[in-house]
Every structure is written in C-alpha cells, then in structure tokens.
Design a protein around this ligand. Structure first.
Ligand code: 3PG
Length: 400
C-alpha cells in the first residue's frame, strides 16, 4: 500500500488535521503506557519544523456519543506536551474553535491543539457524513496516523477521509504498514508465528489466515486447551471452547501447528497465592486447570524461534500477570527478543506481556494496534485503509 505521506504535501503555514490514536490506559490521570503518545511525536515535530498549525483528533475509551468526563483527553494533552517539549492547547469546544479559526485568515505557525474525545460526538461511531465533512474542513490537509483505529469505520477514520480534499498518512502509519507488510507479504523464511491468549474464538481467523502464510505456528495460552482437547488430551477444568473443536482439528491436520506437550497447572487459587505444578499433557487431572506452557514446550518453541527468518507474536503463553504462571511467556518472549529474525509483535495483551517482561527494546517492531493489528494479520480489509485507498484512486493516485 503506497499512500502519499505527509512529506509529499506543502504544509508550510497550513493547518494540518491529524487523526491519531491516543486511546491509552489511564489511572488517576496517569498514563500507564505511553507508547501511542511517543509514536506520533515525529509527525507532529515534522509539522512544527514546516511551520504548520496542528490539530489532533483522537478517541479515548468508549463513551458512546455522550460527553463523559471519565473519558476526557485532557491528561493526554499534558503527556503530549511533555514528550513534545512544546505547548499543547486542549480544545474542548471544537465547533466554537472552528468558527473562530475560519474567521481568522492566519494559520498559527507552531500551534499544536488536541481536540476533546471525538467519541463524545454521536456522529463519530455512526460514521456520520456531516461530522466527517466538519472534521475534514478543519484544515488544509487531513492526515491519517491512527493505525490502531483503522478497523473502525467511524466519521474521523472513514467519512472525513472521503470528504477531505487532500489526504496523507503520517510517519507512524507509514511505518506500521511497511513493517506489517514486511512480515506478512514478503517474509524471510521460515515464518514462525507465536499465537497465545485465552480464547480460540478471538484468534480463529488469525490462525486460519496465517496457516496460508506461515511455516510453523506455535500455540500457547488458554486457547491451546481447545487444541489439546481436539487431540484427545485431558485438560481438567481448563478454559475450553468445545464449539470450535472441528475447526481446530482441521487446522491441526495441516501439520504446521505445534501445541504444548507439557504444561503448568494451578494448585490453589488463580492469583498470587496459587502454586504452579508441572504436568505432561497426558497427566492433567480432572480438577486441574492449565495456566501456562511447560518448560520443555518453551524450550522446543525457543529452538524453532531461533531458526526463524521472521517471527510474528500475538498473545501470551499463560497467565503472565502472576510470576509463577508467567515463565512460558517470559522464556518465549526472551527467545523472540534474542532472535536474529525480523520480529514483529502486536495486540493489547501482547504489549502488556512485553512491558511486564521488559522486552520492548529487543523486538524489531511493536505495533501500536490492538484489534487493528489482529484484523490486519488475519487478512481483513480495514475500513480505514479502504477509505484511504478510495481517496487515492479518486485522486488519480491509485498506485496500490
Ligand atoms: C484500540 O485501542 O484498539 C483502538 O484505539 C480502538 O479502540 P476501540 O476498540 O474502542 O474501537
């Protein structure tokens, strides 16, 4: 996908509207993970160097079209200011602001503004034409930079792109598309995919699609239980989705899926007090619950990761939040971090597992996408990309 980047436009003394994804975890006004804030800084700094005025649009949480102070972007404006080392104005009432800006001829060079949560607008999630047009008209150029929100057909990710006269993409989105294509479209072989997480249902399409591309898929986490059951192993009281046994059996018949041959089960409660006990998959007792892959499986996965040319990682291998159930995720994560392969990870809980094990500096690329990353690697067409593509085609820039 070859979209026009922000560098291909003359933005000097122009007003640039940038749709970013600043949907970050916040507790007591403290931002718990700043990766999405840091990731958009180069695009904003570029605009400032070009003497452009910047208007940032984002959502936060799911306020469902009403103005709920719980979801204000105000703390994010402060964090942005810290990373940019430049003032960021917080625009609560962007319609009044729009009228004022329209009245003024002057673009305010080096001004950075963050508009209040766009999901406070009822028209955002309903993908309203009117709201899309309003947002597109806020500036001279509409820049898409919100990779994490491209799987949503909302007014700021879809209709505004359709309505804007000039549309470009920012450095973060360009990098996301480049890195994901590197891993998915033209990977160095062998392509090894590590998939974990609790539910097979949320990863079914990912595994099915990746089976068409990958040389080996390593399965861990709660979703491995459904595979183990399909192979007639006992899984005790472990989480399982029996309605997917047929699909899982079909996937296993490919011969390219590896599942754990040893596991850790929980003795006691599934919290910091519980103990983990090692079991071979045939030895899991009726009352036991699988909470992690076992050490021998982790060794075997490590070996396959070492031989890989490309590794894609999505999902933890166990209940990593508790150290005694997190060894599988730690060992596999470390192997990915140390691998000479091109390594790519993404997805909300994967990012949490990477942070938990302090691995963020060791991977080649960590996507800022959660659901968008998952949909991309399952081969889905993201609505935000369709809108960008349609805009490019309508403007004779159909190079894709
Ligand atoms: C995300 O965090 O995955 C994106 O910001 C999208 O958020 P949503 O799932 O609330 O649409």
């Amino acid at each position: 996908m070859n979209f026009r980047t922000i560098e291909e436009f003359d933005i000097a003394r122009k007003r640039v509207v940038i749709r970013v994804d600043l949907n970050v975890p916040i507790r007591d006004e403290v931002i718990l993970n700043t990766a999405r804030v840091k990731a958009i800084i180069p695009t904003i700094e570029y605009c400032l160097r070009q003497h452009a005025e910047v208007v940032l649009l984002s959502h936060l949480g799911r306020p469902k079209g009403t103005c709920d102070p719980k979801f204000t972007l105000q703390p994010v404006a402060k964090e942005l200011e810290r990373f940019l080392n430049h003032p960021v104005e917080f625009v609560e009432d962007w319609r009044t602001w729009l009228r004022r800006s329209a009245d003024s001829e002057h673009v305010l060079d080096s001004r950075v503004q963050l508009v209040e949560n766009i999901r406070f607008e009822p028209g955002e999630e309903s993908n309203s034409n009117v709201l899309g047009e309003e947002l597109a008209s806020l500036g001279d150029l509409y820049v898409m930079e919100a990779f994490g929100t491209l799987h949503r057909a909302h007014a700021s990710t879809y209709k505004a792109v359709q309505a804007a006269r000039q549309v470009g993409i920012g450095f973060l989105l360009a990098q996301e598309l480049r890195m994901l294509s590197l891993a998915m479209v033209s990977p160095q072989r062998p392509l090894v995919v590590v998939i974990g997480g609790s539910k097979v249902s949320s990863k079914l399409k990912v595994v099915q699609h990746l089976l068409t591309q990958a040389d080996t898929i390593l399965i861990g986490g709660g979703m491995a239980n459904t595979f183990l059951l399909a192979m007639k192993h006992t899984i005790g009281t472990s989480l399982v989705e029996i309605e997917f046994l047929e699909e899982v059996s079909e996937m296993l018949s490919s011969g390219r899926i590896k599942v754990p041959h040893d596991v850790m089960v929980c003795d006691g409660s599934l919290d910091e007090h519980g103990k983990s006990i090692h079991r071979l998959v045939d030895e899991v007792k009726a009352q036991e619950m699988i909470v992690d892959i076992g050490p021998d499986t982790a060794r075997c996965y490590t070996k396959l990761i070492k031989q890989a040319g490309t590794v894609i990682w999505n999902g933890p291998m166990g209940v990593f939040e508790y150290d005694q159930f997190g060894e599988g995720t730690r060992v596999v994560g470390k192997a990915i971090g140390e691998s000479a392969a091109f390594t790519l990870a993404g997805g909300g809980e994967t990012i949490a597992a990477i942070d938990h094990n302090d691995l963020s500096q060791q991977l080649d690329y960590i996507s800022t996408g959660g659901g968008a990353f998952l949909e991309f690697i399952q081969g889905a067409t993201l609505p935000g990309i369709s809108a960008l593509r349609a805009h490019a085609c309508n403007n004779d820039r159909c190079r894709n």
